[in-house]
Design a binder for this molecule. Structure first.
Ligand code: CU1
Ligand code: ZN
Length: 181
């Protein structure tokens, strides 16, 4: 009997902590560690700092070094793998709406939690691996970007492996015209 009550209290406490953390996450964050000149992407091995567009970084269990990703595209490809869930801790993406950020040089001082960010998918600006997800802390900044660069607004929960697989597929209007003989 006593044990049941204890467990009930624990669950309530855990729920409370989860809510409190969520509220705190709803703001820009500093990087876990800044992107160093020669650092390579955990997925593809490209030098992260050499490419335009938003990048990602993550802390994983039992590993001292922060993993870096050349693009939000590579970050999500890694993040959405079933085995990643067991080891992943904090995951941050660049806030492309931050002051001092440009597509060519996102500010490495301004990140946002991957689950709190807004994403523009299918815009006309390319990241390190081609089509990518433009990440923003503010929904308004994402909408503003969308007006200039096209694409669709997505929340974290809408990004899945199917969306990632279709990222670099040409849409109908980009397909080369077929010339009949
Ligand atoms: Cu790459
Ligand atoms: Zn990469």
């Amino acid at each position: 009997m006593k044990r049941v009550i204890k467990r009930g209290l624990l669950i309530i406490f855990a729920a409370f902590v989860a809510v409190a953390c969520n509220a705190e996450n709803n703001s820009a964050v500093a990087p876990l560690s800044t992107i160093e000149a020669g650092e390579s992407c955990h997925v593809c091995g490209m030098i992260v700092a050499n490419f335009p567009g938003p990048k990602g970084q993550t802390a994983v269990k039992n590993r001292e070094k922060t993993l870096k990703f050349c693009s939000t595209a590579d970050l999500f490809t890694w993040l959405l793998q079933p085995e990643t869930g067991a080891i992943v801790q904090q995951v941050y993406v660049h806030d492309m709406g931050a002051a001092g950020s440009s597509w060519e040089h996102p500010s490495d001082a301004h990140y946002v939690d991957v689950k709190q960010a807004w994403y523009v998918v299918g815009g006309d600006q390319m990241g390190a691996m081609g089509a990518t997800l433009a990440s923003f802390k503010e929904k308004g900044a994402a909408e503003h970007y969308m007006k200039q660069h096209g694409g669709a607004l997505k929340g974290y929960d809408e990004i899945n492996l199917e969306l990632m697989a279709n990222l670099n597929k040409p849409t109908a209007h980009q397909m080369p015209m077929s010339h009949g003989h």
